[in-house]
Design a protein around this ligand. Structure first.
Ligand code: NAP
Ligand code: SF4
Length: 685
């Protein structure tokens, strides 16, 4: 990348001296498990994945975690680095990154009592609330051996050609488990006093520096906020940071919250930059550079944090899944072209937890660089019509236009976005605005001919002689067959979220899928919430509601959660007997349910809807009749496909493609819509 930094991102794009290295800018692609190792040709995949980010200009990359010994594995299939042969097998990764002018370090991660293996090990035998497998306490000799394992792993990383290592000391993994009494009740030189509890990480850093020499970049990731009972105070964290610096670390990364914390740290419900205060405290304690992390997803915010002096470098992990060219676009004054991470976790963390390789909802290419690089280039420019400017249609139109096809995009409504416009109205889901901005600028930049307020009809489409016609007309809310469904108290989720209709004080929501929960969120928040996710006030409110104590003396950064008031009484209903919320994302659903429970959401399963009249909603719950006296009933009972155009075009002898909800309404979400639209756009040759 040869571009001079623009004035607007002058700090972010300025070089940073770290130990013996000079990083080309202050962006770090933080460590992410990708599970690409589970697929065939894993090293090719990982090399391409990281090289693409290096080509996009990121200052420094950290790999996913590699265990330094068998006990440290994340699970039986997790990455391990213990032999010279394994190190040699990794060589293509740093080679590929270096060829793009980037730098890459390998993360050394011992998961301790979080390991999903038959018998995990830990600082003590205290079990973790999120792992049913009880740990065995490491003996003193085994702890000293673990230190040697770390150093050997770093040596192997050096042999493989990595520029350095990140010693993972946060998120509740083994080193973090040694640092606090919640998980460390040892009586040897690794337990008891603060100095003893810090001995393991400090010794690892000291010996790694001694053995690997001054050229090797040594990063330590310190837990800047544990967010668990018995966690460290700011003073204890500062002492660890100072000890690690004295032991030879070049730079400190920061981590927020143990995996077992009951406070969300990166999900969309967390306001942007909600944790910068913790990194700023670490920075005050040391003289080496400090990296801020978690929920920072735009260059403007990254620049503002650096310029304020709260940190020296910004870690963004998921934002580089969403857009490999994040830095290059910022540097070239094209920040509005960045495909922004919306913090949904749907295709990255939720996939990882389901043992699937990570990708990205807004960027289906992420993690699949190998497949996409094998696609044939477009042969001839085609004349393409895409009907419907929702997520599927937009992804298809934009991808096809990027490949040089002449695309006309028809939209019956007055703006693009379809259901994305409803999602962005939900408090906490403001990040969908970024996705809409991305599509909007892409459509303009790639000269997609956008025809708003235009309902494409079969005859005119046939007359225009398109090479390909793509139906992406989406869905319409399903109208359940309940007597009285036309009663004036009944509104659809689309009418409510679009602002066409208002809800009263007492509300019943029929249907507890993703949209039912979105509607409950909308109803249980004040007006402020929909457009104020990232303000200092929103951050204060988040801390207060979730019980985050920002004062330095608070152990673990916790305080009692503050009660919250809700503007309405909401009951969420479903017919299935199971607990509502099963379809929500694994890594975000728990936080959403906890938040709504605090706001008084009532849920009922096993419902059979009898009728709606002036008295309210009559139903039976597990066979027991009752009447919900409500002012408004919101229908969130799923959707049906909107694809009447298909039959009309077929009747004219045309063979359109059908994507998104128009093809299949069930289980449709932005993830499937964008993936399908992108793939079809790529397949038009
Ligand atoms: P959904 O997940 O299929 O849920 C529809 C709900 O309506 C279910 O609770 C279903 O449960 C109920 N229902 C279905 N037919 C009904 C009928 N005839 N009468 C009464 N109730 C009926 O669909 P959705 O909530 O509309 O969401 C659409 C898609 O968007 C889903 O794939 C969803 O995952 C996705 N989405 C995801 C998120 C997210 O945060 N990840 C947010 C919004 C939407 P019962 O049949 O048990 O009553
Ligand atoms: Fe971000 Fe969602 Fe993509 Fe994950 S899937 S990187 S959270 S946009």
């Amino acid at each position: 990348m040869t571009n001079e930094p623009t004035a607007s991102f002058a700090t972010l794009l300025s070089p940073l001296k770290v130990g013996a290295h000079v990083l080309r800018n202050r962006t770090l692609m933080g460590s992410m498990h990708t599970r690409l190792e589970l697929l065939d040709r894993p090293i090719d995949r990982l090399s391409l994945f990281y090289a693409e980010r290096a080509r996009g200009g990121v200052g420094l990359i950290v790999t996913g975690g590699y265990a330094p010994c068998q006990d440290g594995l994340l699970d039986e299939t997790g990455p391990l680095l213990v032999t010279p042969e394994q190190a040699d097998g990794l060589k293509p990764i740093p080679q590929a990154v270096h060829a793009e002018g980037g730098k890459i370090i390998l993360q050394v991660l011992h998961t301790g009592r979080y390991a999903k293996v038959a018998r995990p090990v830990g600082a003590s035998d205290i079990p973790s609330p999120i792992n049913p497998r009880a740990p065995r306490a490491l003996s003193t000799a085994e702890v000293w051996q673990t230190i040697e394992d770390y150093v050997r792993c770093a040596e192997l990383a050096q042999r493989a050609g990595f520029d350095g290592v990140e010693i993972m000391g946060s998120e509740g993994y083994l080193l973090n488990q040694f640092t606090i009494t919640r998980t460390n009740n040892r009586r040897d030189e690794f337990g008891g006093s603060l100095e003893n509890r810090h001995r393991l990480p400090v010794e690892i850093v000291r010996r790694t520096r001694e053995r690997l020499g001054p050229q090797f970049l040594l990063m330590y990731r310190v837990s800047a906020l544990d967010l668990v009972e018995g966690g460290a105070t700011a003073d204890e964290i500062a002492q660890l940071a100072q000890a690690v610096q004295a032991a030879g670390a070049d730079i400190l990364n920061t981590g927020i919250g143990w995996h077992e914390a009951r406070i969300p740290t990166i999900a969309y419900v967390v306001p942007r930059a909600a944790w910068r205060f913790a990194a700023a405290r670490v920075k005050k304690a040391v003289t080496i550079p400090v990296i801020v992390s978690n929920r920072i997803n735009t260059p403007d915010l990254a620049e503002e944090i650096l310029a304020s002096g709260d940190a020296d470098m910004v870690s963004m992990a998921r934002p580089f899944l969403a857009d490999a060219d994040f830095v290059r676009k910022a540097a070239q004054g094209r920040a509005d072209e960045i495909n922004t991470c919306i913090a949904c976790n749907q295709a990255c963390l939720d996939y990882i937890f389901a043992d699937r390789p990570a990708t990205c909802l807004v960027n289906p290419r992420a993690g699949r660089e190998l497949e996409f690089s094998l696609l044939p280039p477009r042969a001839v420019p085609r004349k393409v019509a895409v009907i419907g400017a929702g997520a599927a249609g937009l992804a298809c139109a934009l991808t096809a236009a990027e490949r040089g096809h002449a695309v006309t995009l028809f939209e019956a409504g007055s703006k693009i976005g379809g259901q994305l416009n409803l999602a962005r109205a939900v408090p906490g889901k403001q990040e969908f605005n970024e996705l809409l901005r991305y599509f909007k600028q892409g459509v303009a930049r790639h000269s997609v001919m956008l025809k708003l307020d235009t309902r494409a009809d079969a005859q005119s489409l046939a007359k225009a002689h398109y090479d390909r016609i793509v139906i992406a007309t989406g869905v319409r809310p399903r109208l359940p067959q309940i007597p009285g469904i036309g009663h004036p108290t009944v509104v659809s989720y689309a009418d409510l979220l679009s602002g066409r209709m208002q809800a009263g004080h007492r509300v019943a929501v029929i249907g507890a899928g993703g949209i039912g929960f979105d509607v409950a969120t909308f109803l249980l928040h004040d007006e402020y919430a929909a457009d104020a996710a990232s303000t200092p006030q929103a951050i204060d409110r988040f801390h207060s509601e979730w019980g985050v104590d920002t004062s330095p003396s608070a152990a673990g950064g916790l305080k009692p959660m503050q009660p919250v008031s809700s503007p309405r009484e909401v009951t969420l209903l479903q017919r299935k007997p199971e607990k509502p919320g099963r379809s929500l994302g694994m890594t975000t659903g728990w936080a959403l349910k906890a938040e709504l429970a605090r706001r008084g959401l009532r849920t009922l399963s096993g419902c059979s809807y009898e009728r709606i009249d002036d008295a309210g909603l009559h139903l039976s719950v597990n066979g027991v009749p009752q009447t919900l006296v409500v002012d408004t009933i919101v229908l969130c009972a799923g959707q049906d496909s909107e694809n009447a155009l298909l039959a009309e075009l077929r009747a004219l002898g045309l063979t359109p493609d059908v994507i998104g909800g128009a093809e299949l309404a069930a289980e449709l979400d932005a993830l499937r819509a964008i993936d399908q639209g992108t793939r079809l756009g790529l397949a038009i040759t």
